[in-house]
Design a binder for this molecule. Structure first.
Ligand SMILES: [Zn+2]
Length: 468
């Protein structure tokens, strides 16, 4: 049996799909204006594991996984104008979104994530958004003001249920945009006017000037178009609970007159880097592309990123560290070596499935993998790794030094050579204190010395290696 933690009820619940013949899940996808950072990769990996598990429980043909692409957004407009100042804005936007979407797909493929069933684009669903907005106005849940359409939060008595916040807290805690034309500061934008040159479509609700949709309505419209008015699971990062998901629920439930939008709401925890909040201003912003091509001296294989991510339970905050990533890589490296030439056998072991079925307990599942490895149960270990999206092919997880890492290694080789010579000179002069000091110094750099004697000459020979 599968149990999942539901943000809406704040407890773990047995999962029962609305229709076992078509289990439906929606996850908020990227806004395509920049490289995906490692925090963006977390929901992709987490919900990929859920997708695989649902396919296992209900059959691959009976799961529909929708992850949207937000290709109309103010951040995209700003980036396009900045990157291609000489091009007409719409042309620049196309260049930015196409390039970013391609990069996103490449990165997520490298992380071993299966493509979703459908990846709808916001710009392909403007008609559905407009229809939903018209309905909301007709039902008295939204109003037109100065070329905008706004959702009337007061029209929904149980608004705020997902985040569990009172209206006062919402106003205080979020960057609620105060505008003179809003009836209430918490009312949010469904549609807004576009300036000349900005992406625009003919507006709904009799508004004369052209405009564009707000972000929240995009997901409501795309989810309804591809999954229906109510569906099973809606997922995303915890930062989306308020206001994005709260507003998706408000729009969908009020437009469709349904008591729920999705039955289960799942949110992955925050991600920080080396114990600090990740921010461009702090200089610790890490993109997936960077990790794959050069981070801390190495180009890391995508499978190591995936494994490192799964070592922490999805609802816990995750600290992305070099030590953690290195440990993840080392584990896979060892396992893949042992698994060479050993085919999967016996199917995915129950202990692994049980751990995953308990609210995606991936750390527990990994403990089970370690047990299989220790016991030498190669066939089942292989089957479990296949299921979790790992290739078991050592050639695919070679960790190479990045350009910066190679320069560092060359530098080390020179330094190490000089230090070894100095140490041997000290030993010859019987200055053992100095010899030991140099050895300790190198040890601190992660370099282990091995002393031996040349069998022919009897001279001391020292070799070194970088400790893993
Ligand atoms: Zn969304």
């Amino acid at each position: 049996m599968l149990t999942l933690y539901n943000t809406l009820s704040r407890k773990k619940e047995p999962f029962r799909p609305l229709d076992a013949g078509n289990v439906r899940i929606y996850v908020c996808g990227p806004t395509v204006y920049d490289f995906a950072h490692i925090g963006n990769a977390r929901p992709v990996i987490v919900f990929d594991v859920l997708y695989r598990l649902l396919r296992h429980h209900y059959g691959p043909k009976h799961v529909t996984y929708v992850r949207n692409i937000t290709d109309v957004d103010d951040k995209i407009n700003a980036r396009a104008a900045e990157e291609y100042p000489k091009l007409p804005l719409n042309e620049a936007i196309r260049l930015v979104t196409e390039k970013t979407e391609k990069q996103f797909h490449e990165d997520m493929r490298a992380l071993g994530a299966l493509p979703p069933t459908t990846e709808p684009r916001a710009t392909e669903h403007i008609a559905e958004m407009k229809a939903m907005i018209e309905t909301l106005v007709k039902r008295g849940c939204a109003y037109v003001a100065e070329g905008h359409v706004l959702f009337d939060v007061a029209s929904m008595p149980d608004y705020g249920k997902l985040s569990g916040r009172s209206l006062d807290e919402m106003i205080a805690g979020a960057r609620v945009e105060v505008a003179p034309f809003k009836k209430d500061p918490t009312d949010f934008v469904l549609w807004k006017p576009s300036k000349p040159g900005e992406p625009s479509w003919p507006s709904p609700c009799g508004i004369a000037e052209p405009g564009r949709p707000g972000w929240h309505i995009e997901c409501s419209a795309m989810a309804a178009a591809h999954l229906g008015e109510t569906f099973d699971i809606h997922g995303g990062g915890i930062d989306l609970v308020f206001p994005h998901h709260e507003n998706e629920i408000a729009q969908s439930r009020c437009a469709n007159a349904t008591p729920i939008m999705a039955r289960v709401w799942m949110h992955n925890g925050f991600l920080q880097v080396e114990g600090e909040k990740m921010a461009k201003s702090l200089g610790n912003f890490v993109t997936v592309h960077q990790l794959l091509t050069g981070w801390q001296g190495y180009a890391w294989p995508g499978e190591a990123l995936r494994f490192n991510m799964l070592r922490t339970h999805y609802r816990q905050p995750l600290d992305w560290t070099l030590v953690g990533l290195d440990t993840a890589h080392k584990t896979l490296w060892e396992w893949y070596d042992d698994l060479e030439g050993k085919p999967p056998a016996g199917g995915v072991p129950d202990a692994v499935l049980d751990a995953l079925s308990d609210d995606l307990n991936t750390p527990k599942a990994i403990t089970e993998l370690h047990k299989l490895h220790s016991a030498g149960h190669w066939g089942t270990l292989r089957a479990a790794l296949d299921f979790l999206g790992f290739s078991c092919d050592r050639a695919k997880i070679v960790r190479t030094a990045s350009a910066e890492g190679q320069a560092q290694l060359r530098l080390n080789a020179e330094t190490v050579g000089e230090r070894i010579e100095a140490r041997n000179a000290a030993r010859k002069a019987k200055n053992f204190k100095e010899a030991d000091r140099i050895r300790d110094e190198l040890e601190a750099m992660g370099i282990t010395l091995k002393d031996a004697k040349d069998p022919k000459t009897g001279e001391p020979v020292t070799t070194w290696e970088v400790a893993r």
